[in-house]
Design a binder for this molecule. Structure first.
Ligand code: COA
Length: 335
């Protein structure tokens, strides 16, 4: 059977840097609070009126990934696009990437698994490659959070965390023994769907009702997060799902050359690092610069790690994510 190799990675973040000090002026928060609780120093926010939609940012990241892979867009057989912030309610952004890349009518699939979207997308793409159906799959994670955040003091517990950006990888059929994606593990627990969610508008509370009500106190259009509750579940599930992958492949935490956790909160990554006995060199974090970019966080981090020479041929890479749903997942990849 074939396996799936990462042959190129790319990322794109909007130029506009928003520091914690900038947020101090918008909402009742402080640089010290944000850094202490999350590790975030700054993030990128798309300015209103910019052309950088999630699909456009995703296409920019994709072009870089395709170039790094030494391919052209015409070599891509299948597009998988993970996001919680699509350009439109429907259709999803995958088809826009197909159009923006100017490629033939290849299929485009949209993945709606929030912070776990990239790991879910990787697992889906891996199945298509393993069966021999597709050779080159483009996997994108892209988010535009900032225009939908509550930037008043009311939203400070959520809005300081999230950033915009996109990351992408090209996944390719591999015939080398022991190389590529070794295992992926996915989970969900819909019982906690509303603990981290954006509930409105939805199909039972649609635009006509919302316009009629015009209620300025309705916060259902902004993301809601039960921060403490999410934090507690995240630290447990991250560890569980990484151990599940290690157990399946008969490996130890010490075998991991680089863990790229979804960049949810630096404190979560540090907690996992400490519990698993990993060194600083074994864990990659860049949340300090970008905040939590949801489905884009792992591919942005992966692209930066690869560019920075932190991922080498033969290395064991571990990806892990947890987020809204709740959903969580992990992957082990021999580069
Ligand atoms: N600035 C200043 N104060 C803030 C604030 C902000 N941006 N947001 C909340 N506060 C205040 C609260 O009002 C509260 O004040 P009180 O004690 O007077 O009531 C206090 O800080 C503590 O709030 P709390 O929500 O308990 O903080 P926390 O330590 O749980 O940190 C998060 C909040 C969001 C940073 C943290 O819960 C978290 O990271 N959770 C996980 C988030 C996550 O991983 N999400 C993505 C999963 S994909």
């Amino acid at each position: 059977m074939y396996s799936t190799k990462i042959v190129g990675a790319g990322h794109y973040v909007p130029e506009n840097v928003v520091t914690n000090h900038d947020l101090e002026e918008m909402m009742d928060t402080s640089d010290a609070w944000i850094q202490e609780r999350t590790g975030i120093v700054e993030r990128r926010w798309v300015p209103r009126g910019s052309n950088d939609t999630p699909s456009v940012m995703g296409t920019k990241a994709a072009r870089m990934a395709i170039e790094k892979a030494g391919l052209t867009p015409d070599d891509i057989d299948f597009i998988v696009f993970a996001t919680l912030s699509p350009d439109y309610y429907f259709p999803g952004p995958g088809v826009q990437v197909q159009h923006q890349l100017g490629v033939k009518t290849i299929p485009a699939l949209d993945v709606r698994n929030q912070c776990s979207g990239f790991v879910y997308g990787l697992s889906v793409a891996d199945q298509f490659i393993k069966t021999g159906m597709y050779k080159n799959v483009l996997l994108i994670g892209s988010e535009l959070h900032s225009l939908g955040l509550d930037k008043t003091p009311r939203g400070r517990g959520v809005s300081v965390i999230f950033g915009d950006g996109a990351g992408a990888v090209v996944l390719q059929r591999c015939e080398e023994e022991g190389k590529g994606v070794l295992t992926t593990h996915l989970h969900s627990q819909g019982e906690f769907a509303k603990e981290l969610a954006l509930l409105g508008p939805n199909t039972t509370h649609w635009v006509d009702e919302i316009i009629a009500e015009a209620d300025p106190n309705d916060t259902s259009y902004y993301p809601y997060m039960n921060g403490n509750f999410v934090f507690k579940h995240a630290v447990t599930r991250f560890q569980e799902v990484i151990h599940e992958a290690l157990q399946t492949t008969n490996m130890q935490a010490s075998d991991i050359d680089l863990l790229i956790p979804h960049q949810a909160n630096l404190r979560i990554s540090q907690y996992i690092q400490q519990k698993m006995g990993l060194s600083n060199d074994q864990v990659f974090n860049n949340i300090q610069k970008y905040g939590n970019t949801t489905a884009a966080s792992i591919p942005i981090a992966l692209s930066e790690a690869m560019e920075g020479g932190k991922v080498n041929e033969g290395d064991l890479l571990c990806l892990a994510a947890f987020g809204s749903g709740f959903t969580w997942g992990s992957a082990l990849i021999r580069m």
